[in-house]
Design a protein around this ligand. Structure first.
Ligand code: UDP
Length: 256
């Protein structure tokens, strides 16, 4: 391997709206419509879209949830034998399973990837080290951040916000099945209104279901923008990464 200094990518990146992003995918995004398990077709399709986004030159870190396998709060609620903290650790392990599936789906598209886990699992993934993650990103690798932040009682939304701050991502892109943030659940209420732009305070005061409260508080405190968008629409991951108006933009002030 050459010892020549590697480009930090800034030359190819100068035209980009966002140079580095954290893409938050729910575990269910890897599943068929039932929302459970891992579908080769669904994960392959997401990988194809992420490849198009990566081809723009943007650095991409991905945080994947585990809800297609297990969510700690739900599981402990329905299974009194398991302590809630244990259930959250089980949820974190679920995110590692999803991350490994996503890694192979991305590599099948010719992308270079690294899975970095907040819980050491050295046979299957690197342990998350901020500076090493930055080096991978600067070398054009997609970094898949597994096991959330490694602590129970939060979700991978918080991990996406936390890691976005650590790696100085320009934005958190929260991929959902709907077109953005609505005044009500659009899958139940046909009159729900889609917001184009919101402030963090709007989200907190209106109690809008965007990301968990810790994630919103972290983003608000550090003015890290969030874009909530529909990843199911073909080309939307590229559009979101390119800074096009997709879904709902959330920041300290509304977008003009
Ligand atoms: N989890 C955790 N700490 C973290 C991230 C996740 O305890 O830093 C657990 C938590 O129980 C969570 C589960 O892992 O419910 C799966 O993640 P999440 O619910 O965010 O998955 P998603 O809904 O995005 O698929």
């Amino acid at each position: 391997m050459s010892d020549a200094p590697q480009s930090d990518g800034s030359d190819v990146q100068s035209h980009l709206h966002y140079k580095r992003v954290v893409l938050k995918l729910s575990g269910e995004s890897l599943a068929d419509s039932g929302g459970r398990g891992i579908s080769g077709e669904e994960s392959g399709e997401i990988a194809r879209q992420i490849k198009l986004a990566h081809d723009t030159g943007c650095q991409i870190a991905i945080v994947i949830g585990g809800g297609n396998i297990l969510r700690g709060a739900q599981f402990s609620g329905s299974n009194s034998m398991v302590h809630e903290a244990t259930a959250h650790y089980m949820g974190m392990l679920a995110t590692i399973i999803n991350s490994l599936a996503m890694q192979d789906a991305l590599e099948a598209h010719g992308l270079q990837t690294r899975v970095m886990s907040a819980i050491p699992t050295d046979k299957i993934a690197e342990t998350f080290i901020r500076r090493r993650a930055l080096r991978h990103l600067n070398r054009g690798r997609i970094v898949i951040l597994a096991a959330g932040i490694g602590n129970p009682f939060v979700t991978t939304d918080t991990a996406a916000a936390q890691r976005a701050l650590e790696i100085e991502a320009d934005v958190v892109l929260k991929a959902t099945r709907v077109d953005g943030v609505y005044s009500d659940d659009p899958e139940k209420n046909p009159h729900a209104v889609l917001y184009e732009s919101l402030t963090y305070s709007d989200v907190m005061e209106k109690n809008l279901r965007v990301m968990d409260a810790t994630a919103i508080a972290l983003c608000s405190e550090h003015k890290k923008p969030i874009v909530v968008f529909n990843f199911k629409k073909n080309g939307n991951i590229v559009r979101a990464i390119s800074g096009e108006n997709v879904g709902t933009w959330i920041g300290a002030e509304k977008k003009n």
